[in-house]
Design a protein around this ligand. Structure first.
Ligand code: NOJ
Length: 513
């Protein structure tokens, strides 16, 4: 386990929308370099950058055309290497986004694989024997190549599935997981990883990490075995490199696949979803952190605790404020509600991720789809730095921006919040600083539930020598107290201990030591 993860706080950057320094309307590596001090001052010491490789951008870069070449619109490989170096000088690690399950249909491997003549890449993707034979129950395309066969898709139509083999093979065209072609795909992906690790990156966020082996068993053990093999390589060759999976099943990803961390994704009705996004459009919002939400912390804990207990000795659950696929939490939560939510996320075990702009409460915008974003596009709009042209994101003409900026008169901006002691930015910065100051609050610090009752508040939890409590409601709430800690280290609102009761003011959060 890379030791630096213990105290890591990540900041996710969607590079298209972070900071444009050459006036072409889209963010770039130089723009990230320019803002490294901002990121460090916020308290983040690690970055995850969404795919920044050569791509036709049918899925915002998750359709990679060349794994070893950066997209020209962000800069050159050398610019990215300069970003690694500058970040390291400032104590910031950088994870790239590895997309191992599929490529773009314009990737050279696929162009070769489509050919009628058998070649090195014929088995790199999943193909049936002839064009009239589909892949039962799975999306595929046929009739687009000289090669007789249908090819399997892993996501959108432009993203053919790479071939890591099938565990339960029912057709003769299905490769075994230990076939030469399946092994070659795994080794090709390790080669990509070595290329960027040698160039100075600190690891990878792994896209759809659970999607590799088809017809896998219910524990996804064949897919996990591939990742365990990758982890072996990292342990030997790059022991400081970190891997985080988009899997959202920490038992499979961490215990099976030996990932260092696994994302707790926003899936309808799972524990994480009940915290910030427990709504269906137009329906009631019962998110735990909504002041009038009638949220229930037990819905979170019943899902989270078994996952945490099963994996805490082997790796970390990664909880985020949001990501590029998920509605911004400010879509339904007020600034005060967000403060309590971030204080909670940033004091839980595992590794927290802040999505760019969430620290100022950037909104989910109603914008047209871009690069295969569809409803996700509203969470991918330009960072709002100040109230100058295009909110400080870019000097380009407004109509040539990658996506429109938030034009509302009260659009949040870094410049308004950075010196305001009551802002969401300042809360985020302060709580992150406290996490850095107390090892008990970090990734592997202990976690224990002190007071949690169905549909009751507050929620009280212990992290080693500290007791933390949150009351998102508009009423004062009390919990019975048997602990002795009563010196506040951090408060939003008011808290006091009286007659064996912890009393929390409306919409409050407290850390006691
Ligand atoms: C998950 C990524 O987060 C998402 O943005 C992408 O569209 C799919 N995987 C396909 O790669």
């Amino acid at each position: 386990m890379p030791g630096w993860l213990k105290n890591a706080v990540f900041y996710e950057i969607y590079p298209q929308s972070f900071n444009d320094t050459n006036g072409d309307g889209i963010g770039d590596f130089e723009g990230i370099i320019e803002k490294l001090d901002y990121i460090r001052d916020l308290g983040a010491n690690a970055l995850w950058i969404n795919p920044c490789f050569d791509s036709p951008f049918m899925d915002a870069g998750y359709d990679v055309r060349d794994y070893k070449k950066t997209a020209a619109r962000y800069g050159t490989n050398d610019d990215l290497i300069r970003l690694f170096e500058t970040a390291h000088q400032k104590g910031i690690r950088v994870l790239l986004d590895l997309v191992p399950g599929h490529t773009s249909d314009q990737h050279e491997w696929f162009l070769e694989s489509k050919k009628d003549e058998v070649n090195e890449y014929s088995g790199r993707y999943i193909w049936t024997s002839h064009a009239f034979e589909g892949i039962a129950g799975r999306p595929y395309i046929s009739g687009m190549s000289d090669r007789a066969g249908a090819y399997m898709l892993n996501f959108f139509a432009s993203q053919p599935a790479l071939n890591y083999g099938w565990l339960n093979r029912t057709e003769k065209w299905m490769s075994a997981v230990d076939s030469p072609e399946a092994i070659a795909t795994r080794e090709a992906m390790k080669d990509v990883m070595r290329f960027w690790l040698d160039a100075g990156c600190d690891g990878f966020r792994v896209d759809m990490a659970d999607s590799l082996v088809k017809n896998d068993d219910e524990n996804k053990s064949a897919t996990a075995a591939i990742w365990a093999n990758v982890r072996d390589m990292l342990d030997k060759e790059y022991p400081e490199a970190a891997l985080v999976s988009e899997w959202s099943n920490p038992y499979q990803a961490i215990n099976g696949g030996k990932f260092h961390m696994d994302f707790y994704l926003d899936h309808w009705n799972n524990g994480y979803n009940t915290l910030l996004r427990d709504y269906e459009t137009g329906g009631e919002d019962n998110s735990f952190f909504r002041s009038e939400g009638h949220g229930d912390i037990m819905r979170f804990l019943n899902d989270y605790l078994p996952k945490y207990n099963a994996t805490k000795d082997n790796g970390y659950i990664a909880m985020f404020t949001c990501n590029h696929d998920t509605p911004r939490p400010a879509r339904t939560l007020s600034a005060q509600e967000l403060k309590l939510a971030y204080a909670f996320i940033l004091t839980m075990p595992g590794v927290p991720f802040i999505y760019y702009g969430d620290e100022i409460g950037m909104r989910y915008l109603d914008v047209k789809t871009k690069e295969g974003g569809y409803q996700r596009t509203g969470s991918r709009t330009p960072m709002q730095w100040d109230h100058t042209r295009n909110m400080g994101f870019s000097a380009a003409e407004e109509n040539s921006l990658y996506l429109p900026v938030d034009h509302s008169s009260d659009a949040p901006a870094v410049s308004d919040q950075i010196n305001d002691p009551d802002s969401l930015y300042t809360l985020t910065k302060n709580i992150t600083a406290i996490r850095h100051a107390y090892p008990d609050l970090q990734a592997d610090g202990p976690f224990e539930v002190v007071y949690a009752e169905k549909e009751q508040l507050p929620f009280v939890y212990r992290r080693g020598s500290l007791v933390l409590a949150v009351n998102p409601s508009l009423e004062e709430k009390k919990a019975p107290v048997t602990f002795r800690e009563n010196e506040p280290v951090f408060t939003v609102g008011k808290a006091e201990i009286r007659d064996g009761q912890l009393i929390l003011s409306p919409q409050s959060f407290v850390i006691l030591k």
